[in-house]
Every structure is written in C-alpha cells, then in structure tokens.
Design a protein around this ligand. Structure first.
Ligand code: HEC
Length: 227
C-alpha cells in the first residue's frame, strides 16, 4: 500500500466512525418494567420503547421478542410479535416459555440490526422460590434492559453495545450518589460536553434509578457516601 492510499483509507475509516452516530440505522430499546422472572406456561408481558439514536420515539415498526434455551445446535426457541402500545414508540409482546430454567430473551426492534439481548432470566412455576434480587443485581439487569449498554461500556457485563463509544465508559466509575440519581432522572441538569451525542431521558422510575445507582457505583457506594 502506498503512503497516499494508506492516508486515504485512514480518512475514510475516521469519517465512517464519526458519521455512524449521526446517520440512520441504530436505535435504543428500553424495557418499561423489567420482570424479575418469566412465568412458566403463562404469558410474561414485555413492554418497551424504541428510540432512534436514543432520542426519537419510533412508531410503525414490527418488533418481536424471542426467548432461547439450550445449546446452539439444538435450542428451544419461542417468539412473540409485539403490537403497538398505548403511547408513541411503545410496543408490547407477551411471551410464553414452555420449560423451567434459564432463558436468553432478545428484543428485536424490527429496525435494522438494532436488537437488545437481555441478561439471562429464570422461568419458574411460581412454586419454587427464587432468591430475592439485590439492588445492585437489579441495576445490572436494568443497565442492559434500559439500553444503557447500547451507548456505554461496562466491563462487568459480558456484552458489547453496538454504539458503546457514544457515551463514556462506566467501568469502575463512582459518582456522588445524589448527583448520579439526578442525572439519570434528568440528563439536562448540566450543559452537554459532547456536541455530537446526547444522553437521553429514558423516563426511569425512582426505584430503577436507585438500582442503577447501586450498580454503577458498585460496592464502593456506601463507603464513598460516608466520606
Ligand atoms: C443514546 C446513548 C445513551 C444512552 C442510551 C444512555 N446514555 Fe448515558 N450518556 C450518553 C452520553 C452521550 C453521555 C455524555 C453526555 C455529556 O457529557 O454531555 C452520557 C453520560 C452518562 C453518565 C456520566 C454523567 C456525568 O456527569 O459524567 C452516566 C453515569 C450515564 N450516562 C449513565 C447512563 C445510564 C445508567 C443509562 C441507562 C439508563 C444511560 N446512560 C443511557 C449517552 C447515552
């Protein structure tokens, strides 16, 4: 490769990375109320919103929810088509899984390759008790299910979001808990630092914000607060 073609190639690569954010084909999927478990043999409701670039609610899509269990070669797969929900950009699907155990649920936006694989979920018959989930563990699941993972990397989760360089890498970051909660409830509390990308308001509840804060700040949160 000559020097000239090399620099031309580099320019193209840089241009593609910068324009990927601004143009077209990616969306953030945000589950409204994430269930802790799947019901066995009965419908589990998945309600979610789809936002282009995390900001613009998208209607008229044909999303679906898929659950998968077992080996790659011989999986059990169930699917449910989603129908439009009550508000613009919202969809709901009800999924019935036929076996107890661990399922991988993926929400498919129907908008290009913008799919959201959730962290594994347990299906139970309601008779066997499932250990209560800690705030930190729920926060981890929400970090995926709310679509934070689409724009932010966090090394404690073995999953890479398609646009994970859009927002700062949150691995090992500790924030003042009050500030973090305020930020998650309203990412307009301070001026933007990145002219090209914006942190969306995902309409999180207080309980969700508390869980996400516990997860992001990790076990250091309690100690940091005492300082
Ligand atoms: C569409 C992409 C996108 C999504 C989805 C998203 N963020 Fe962000 N986030 C950003 C960007 C961009 C910034 C940097 C904003 C700035 O500095 O102006 C940011 C900043 C942050 C910060 C740093 C705040 C600070 O003051 O330093 C935290 C923490 C954060 N996001 C957490 C989350 C969590 C938790 C979620 C999910 C509930 C989430 N983000 C979803 C894009 C996103």
């Amino acid at each position: 490769m000559t020097r000239r073609t090399l620099s031309l190639t580099l320019t193209l690569v840089v241009a593609t990375a910068a324009s990927a954010y601004a143009f077209g084909g990616w969306a953030v999927i945000t589950v409204d109320e994430l269930p802790d478990t799947l019901s066995l043999g009965a419908p589990t409701q998945f309600s979610f919103k789809i936002r282009q670039h995390g900001l613009e609610l998208m209607h008229d899509l044909k999303p679906s929810v898929e659950a998968r269990m077992g080996s790659l070669l011989n999986p059990t797969v169930v699917r449910a088509d989603a129908i439009p929900g009550k508000t613009k950009g919202q969809y709901t699907a009800s999924l019935v899984v036929p076996k107890a155990g661990e399922w991988k649920v993926t929400i498919k936006s129907g908008f290009g390759p913008s799919d959201l694989p959730l962290l594994p979920m347990q299906a139970t018959d309601g008779k066997s008790t499932i250990a209560t989930i800690s705030d930190g563990e729920r926060g981890k699941r929400l970090f995926v299910a709310k679509g934070c993972i689409t724009c932010h990397a966090n090394a404690t989760i073995d999953q890479k979001g398609p646009m994970q360089d859009v927002g700062p890498n949150l691995t090992g970051k500790t924030y003042d808990a009050t500030y973090l909660a305020m930020w998650l409830e309203n990412p307009k509390i301070r001026p933007r630092t990145n002219p090209n990308a914006e942190m969306p308001d995902l309409g999180l509840s207080k309980k969700e914000v508390a869980a996400l804060t516990a997860f992001i700040n990790g076990t250091t949160a309690a100690t940091a607060k005492q300082k």
